[in-house]
Design a protein around this ligand. Structure first.
Ligand code: GLU
Length: 306
């Protein structure tokens, strides 16, 4: 009998700053999901956007993960070293006539576009060729009007019509960098990821990723999007909203808070246990069906610092 392939999950932080409780939620959920399937768990550093990075950020994130007791499989992969693979995928899509160069500035798009599911819907200005005097800035893929649906293990059925909800989207940016949507699809395929677990801020990106997977002949993994933690103002905890960095002084407490956020109901006495103890409990008791079906949940004790 053929063996079922091993489940494989991943955590893919962007090294724009140190880990905070919001990023720890995605790390813990993806780790427990993979381990509870006896699967592997990989770490990929999404460092494509060099200008937004914190120097030393990747090393800091990996050290913090280690301190919290995460154990990843294989070598850590860095997106900044993988341009050749992204270029290859771009070339494949181009050779099938799916791409076109776009000469629009942000302002031109803002002046003529309508709002969609995830920002402005590109009005298709350059779809049939660049206007005279315009030069190519970015490369876009033609979205179509076939609905793309998938079942998310927490958020349920999600459907989008890309042409209406998103518009033709960028795969190579005006600054020459490959877009997240392309890189993530190439990497998840090349790394053999079967289960993507991440924050629900990326839920609306998933149909774009499935569209690219289909266009490139890649497999579509299973998806589970956990609610993101927000501050009292409803903003996702992030470096931009000044979320506090994890200081690893209260590791067990932080992990306990994450499990509570994910409604796993860890017993109170675990708060005084070790990281190893809390992981042991969590692996035995992980129940994804208890994760709230919400895209965002405010947390009280993570106010922005002033
Ligand atoms: N790098 C992304 C982030 O830090 C996550 C991408 C993903 O999990 O697909 O938000």
């Amino acid at each position: 009998m053929a063996q079922t392939p091993k489940a494989r999950g991943r955590f893919a932080p962007s090294p724009t700053g140190p880990l905070h409780i919001g990023s720890l939620i995605a790390a813990v959920a993806s780790y427990l999901d993979a381990r509870s399937r006896q699967g592997e768990w990989l770490v990929r550093i999404e460092d494509l956007d060099l200008p937004r990075q914190m120097p030393g950020g990747a090393g800091l994130i990996l050290r913090t993960l280690e301190e919290y007791g995460f154990e990843w499989d294989g070598e850590v992969v860095y997106q900044s070293q993988r341009d050749a693979y992204y270029q290859d995928a771009l070339q494949q899509l181009a050779s099938r006539g799916l791409l076109y160069p776009c000469g629009c500035s942000r302002k031109e798009i803002a002046d003529s576009a309508v709002h969609g599911t995830d920002g402005l819907v590109y009005p298709g200005t350059c779809r049939h060729g660049l206007a005279p005097g315009k030069s190519a800035r970015a490369w876009r893929i033609k979205a179509d009007d076939r609905p793309i649906s998938f079942h998310d293990a927490v958020q349920g059925k999600i459907s989008q019509v890309l042409s209406r909800d998103i518009g033709d989207f960028v795969l190579k940016r005006a600054d020459g960098l490959f877009a997240y949507q392309l890189a993530v699809v190439v990497d998840d395929e090349m790394q053999g990821i079967t289960h993507v677990v991440r924050g629900a801020d990326l839920l609306d990106s998933t149909p774009r990723q499935i569209f690219l997977q289909r266009a490139l002949g890649f497999a579509t993994p299973a998806y589970l999007h956990v609610p993101v933690a927000t501050n009292a103002a409803g903003e996702k905890l992030s470096k931009q909203t000044l979320a506090q960095a994890l200081d690893s002084l209260n590791k067990t407490e932080d992990l306990w808070q994450v499990l509570t956020f994910l409604q796993q109901s860890p017993p109170d006495e675990l708060r005084r246990d070790s990281c190893a103890g809390i992981w042991r409990w969590a692996m035995q008791h992980w129940q994804p069906s208890r994760i709230p079906r919400r895209r965002a949940i405010p947390t009280q004790n993570q106010q922005p610092q002033h």
